[in-house]
Every structure is written in structure tokens, then in C-alpha cells.
Design a binder for this molecule. Structure first.
Ligand SMILES: *Cc1c(COP(=O)(O)O)cnc(C)c1O
Length: 399
């Protein structure tokens, strides 16, 4: 059976070139970068080389990059660390309703521990308005945390505008750029960003590695204490094979970004057009045009459960995500889709397709061959769909 992986926003395979390089740092160049002998110095040089690669892709200085165990740790270091560093100045934090859980939960932890949180809403495309952020700012606001591109619906936020606003008001600005990093151009300087989170495993690097950009002069209180690695910002012997692999993944992303963006955008558009043509009662979730990550597609297919679709697609070798996760024990649909104003019912029927380097036109053709059959079969069992077919539901309800 054909296997089609369309879940690259969840994770990507490690690029063979990355894996090959990492193997050297597991078995041959295994020195501790803090050691002064040649084994240590060689690893240290490779580690600093990786730091240069991450910095280059962000438009940052290498000294502004702190390696972490991933995007989640970088988000926590940014939010908890910046809040603690400025707690004397104020205790008000602004974030958005569509952030990743690593940001939302860190902010909620602070809200339970003496800080105040304002969560700005999004429009029906998942877009944050700069005016809403401005409205939320108070004299005691110390931190704004807004993501660059959304992991579920691909919406790209107006980061440069929010950055300009934050800089004018002297408020620290953190951006979770895990989904956009290596996919669309980023420049922390022109975007006026103070802290930016990136992760390796979403860009063909290994899992368990990430980084936080900390603009020179911005203070972040560490979360982990010990040997003082990473300029005392993140102690612990560095995951050198992982970090060096991450650096290589950044170099490859820089080379491929432009062409892959165009190619994946075309595959995505072909899939969307095919779904719209072959299946009725489908709604596109997220932005229509330019303002969307090229590799992201999110649709709600009415009168079926996203989870049932996901499992049926999986049986045909197709891997996607859904906006509800009954199997993971939660019946709540995605907080992102609900924040965009979708009803529970429509949010439950959502599917996310996220493209990667290895996807081809044939992959899209295969999905377009399988998905309509699966939808038909599942809808035959749906009492709601039966009513729509027999004209008992109004058109408005069936939209
Ligand atoms: C995947 C992801 C994270 C978490 O990164 P990990 O490296 O998996 O911890 C954070 N934010 C966003 C937007 C993500 O997509």
C-alpha cells in the first residue's frame, strides 16, 4: 500500500545529510565542548558553527542564540524567564487565543502565580489585529507573546507591526516561530523581536533540540541551573550531535526555502481544488491567499468526525491531523478553530494536511482518490447528512 505522510507540522523526518553528520558526533567526535583538550575543542567548534547557522536563518548574531531541548523549553524559558526578570516593573502579559500550548500553558502558569494575562482574540481567518494588541497594553505590561505562523491553520501574523508597537512602548516581545522558521523569511531585527523560539524537528533536524533567540541586552532568568553552559542561560552538557544536526538542517532549509515554498504551495492548492471539486459541504479553515504558510491546508468536512476521517485515512496509508483528539482522551475541539468562531460541530470535522519535501503530485492524487470515498462512506452513516440530502435542513445550516 502507498504511504503518504502529510503531517509535517507535527514533525519531519531527519534529512539523511543531517543524520550522516550527527553520526560522526556520536561515535567519533564525542568530546564535551566544555573540555579543553582537542576532543572538546573540536566539538566546541562544530557547536559554534551550528550556532552561526541558526543565527543566520534568523538575521541574528550567534551570541544571541541559546540552545534548548526544543521549542517547548524555549517557549518556557522566554515567557517564564522574561516575566521573572521584569516582575518588579509590572505583572501584565499579553498573548493570543491561538498560541501553541507551550506558550498558553506557560502564560496560564504565570496567571496562577501573581501575573495578569490578557488573551487577544483572532478573526475568522485566525488573524490577530494589531489594534487589539495595542488596546490590551497597560502601563504594567511587561511581555507580549504572539506566534509567527499558526501550527493548525497556517495563519501568518503581523509580527513586524506588533514588534514596532512593542518596541515603542518598551515591552519585551516574544515570538514562537517554530512553524515559520526555515519556511518563510525571518529577520529578528527588522521585525523588532526580542525573543524568538525555534525548533529543529519541524525542519528536518532531530527531535529534542531547539533554540531561543535572546536579543543582546534582554534579560531572561534561567529555568535550569548547573554547569553554566550557554552563557549560564541553560545549564547542562549540550546535546552536541542534535545541535550540530540542527545547524545542518538550518543550512539546508536556507537553500531550499524559496523553491520548496512555491512547490508545496502548488501541491496544497491542487489538493484544496480537488477536495472542493469532489466533496460537497467543505469549508476552508484559515486564510485564502498569501497570508498562509505554503505547506498548510486545513478544511472542515461537514457531517463527519475529523477523528473518524483521520483513522480511515490512516488505514489507507495517509497520515494527517485532525482538529479534535478523541483518541487522546480529550473531546474538546481545537482551541484555535473555536477562537476563529467555528462551531464545535464544524471544528470536529476538521483535517490538517501539512506538506514536506518528499510529497509529490502523486501523493495529492492518491489522497483525492481515497478521501471522497471515505467521506461518502462515513456520511452514509450520519443521520445529519441524511437530512441534508433529503432537503430537511436549510441551505444555511448545511453551509
Ligand atoms: C511543535 C511546536 C512547538 C513545540 O516544539 P517542540 O520542539 O516539539 O517542543 C511549539 N510551538 C509551535 C508553534 C509548534 O508547532
Amino acid at each position: 500500500m502507498r504511504r503518504v505522510y502529510l503531517d509535517h507540522s507535527a514533525t519531519t523526518p531527519v534529512d539523511p545529510e543531517v543524520a550522516k553528520l550527527m553520526m560522526i558526533y556520536y561515535t567519533e567526535q564525542y568530546g564535551n565542548p566544555s573540555s579543553v583538550h582537542s576532543f572538546g575543542r573540536e566539538t566546541k567548534a562544530a557547536l559554534e558553527n551550528a550556532r552561526d547557522s541558526v543565527a543566520k536563518l534568523l538575521g541574528a548574531e550567534p551570541s544571541e542564540i541559546t540552545f534548548t531541548s526544543g521549542g517547548t523549553e524555549a517557549d518556557n524559558l522566554a515567557i517564564l524567564g522574561a516575566a521573572e526578570a521584569q516582575s518588579k516593573k509590572g505583572k501584565h502579559i499579553i498573548t493570543s487565543a491561538v498560541e501553541h500550548h507551550a506558550v498558553l500553558e506557560a502564560c496560564e502558569f504565570l496567571a496562577k502565580n501573581g501575573y495578569e494575562l490578557t488573551v487577544v482574540p483572532v478573526d475568522e481567518e485566525g488573524l490577530i489585529s494589531v489594534a487589539e494588541v495595542e488596546k490590551a497594553i497597560r502601563p504594567d505590561t511587561i511581555l507580549i507573546s504572539i506566534m509567527h505562523a499558526n501550527n493548525e491553520v497556517g495563519t501568518i501574523q503581523p509580527i513586524a507591526e506588533i514588534g514596532k508597537l512593542a518596541r515603542e512602548k518598551g515591552i519585551i516581545f516574544h515570538v514562537d516561530a517554530v512553524q515559520s522558521f526555515g519556511k518563510i523569511p525571518i529577520n529578528v531585527k527588522s521585525m523588532n523581536v526580542d525573543l524568538m523560539t525555534v525548533s529543529s524537528h519541524k525542519i528536518y533536524g532531530p527531535k529534542g533540540v531547539g533554540a531561543l533567540f535572546i536579543r543582546r541586552g534582554v534579560r531572561v532568568v534561567p529555568r535550569i541551573y548547573g554547569g553554566g553552559q550557554e552563557k549560564k542561560r541553560r545549564s547542562g552538557t549540550e546535546n552536541t550531535p542534535g545541535i550540530i544536526g540542527f545547524g545542518k538542517a538550518c543550512d539546508l532549509a536556507a537553500e531550499r526555502m524559496e523553491a520548496e515554498g512555491i512547490r508545496q504551495g502548488q501541491l496544497r492548492d491542487k489538493l484544496l481544488a480537488g477536495i472542493m471539486e469532489k466533496i460537497d459541504h467543505v469549508k476552508l479553515n484559515g486564510p485564502r491567499g498569501e497570508n498562509r504558510l505554503p505547506g498548510n491546508l486545513n478544511v472542515s468536512i461537514q457531517f463527519v468526525e475529523g477523528e473518524a476521517l483521520l483513522l480511515s485515512l490512516d488505514m489507507m496509508g495517509i497520515a494527517v491531523s485532525s482538529g479534535s483528539a478523541c483518541t487522546s482522551g480529550s473531546l474538546d475541539p481545537s482551541h484555535v478553530l473555536l477562537a476563529m468562531g467555528l462551531t464545535h460541530e464544524i471544528a470536529h470535522g476538521s483535517l490538517r494536511f501539512s506538506f514536506g519535501h518528499q510529497n509529490t503530485e502523486e501523493d495529492v492524487d492518491y489522497v483525492l482518490e481515497q478521501l471522497p470515498k471515505i467521506v461518502d462512506r462515513l456520511r452514509m452513516m450520519s443521520p445529519l447528512y441524511d437530512k441534508v440530502k433529503h432537503g430537511q435542513c436549510s441551505h444555511a445550516q448545511a453551509q
